[in-house]
Design a protein around this ligand. Sequence first.
Ligand code: SAH
Length: 259
Amino acid sequence: MPIKTAVQPKKHLGQHFLKDLNIAQQIAQTLSLSGYKHILEIGPGMGVLTQFLLEKDIETFVIEIDKESVAYLQAHFTKLKDHILSEDFLAFDLVSYFAKEPFAIIGNFPYNISSQIVFKLLEIRAFVPEFAGMFQKEVAERICERPGSKSYGILSVLTQAFYEAEYLFTVPEHVFNPPPKVKSGVIRLRRKQDYTLPCDEKTFFTVVKTAFGQRRKTLRNSLKSFLIGKEHLKTESLFDKRPEMLSVSDFITLTQWFS
Ligand code: SAH
């Protein structure tokens, strides 16, 4: 097979290739915890970030859905060897692949599946102590947002229930090929020491999703179905609020009341 000189960006795969090496290096440096054996990069594309990850003293794996990018990486990154997974991150069973050993996740992520990437992270949180990378700015902000803000929502509460979330820096449009329509934001998530919740976790997810499903209503209205048979709770002042005013621990309190 002839060696590819460059991958043609494909819109349906959310491909915006980063051109700025300084920014790529800065993103690679955001991962800094110890306690895991592997780093997994989602969507390496042509490897702009990968080259800096390979300088680290830790085994790097990449997962890429685009066959053309995979061929490019195989040709240009001999150091990766058999560490290139030609797979869909959302579908692949990483926990089995890494034999239940902890791994960190990093990437300049495909923006068309941003929320799905975060939800998949939350599913496998027991194996992922650290996660860092770039999303469209709005999503990056939403993940790290605190109560009281308009963009505080499901992604913020569910992520921050298990991880400390930090918004690190903003990246402009023109450093990508092709430039995206929006600015980007780099974030870092570090799993909390104690990341089990003191309430039923399944109910917690349902309560958060239900409350924000009708974010303009007070919780007394949006969570009506949870209050059936629990009339005594109705006078609690927490129910006068709208979901964007509640902290993670408020949602835990609600879940404990409902269980
Ligand atoms: N990290 C590279 C590419 C970013 S573009 C850079 O900074 O230049 C996003 C990348 O994610 C693309 O290479 C795209 O093919 C890949 N991608 C899109 N959906 C994916 C999925 N479901 N699983 C794995 N990779 C995916």
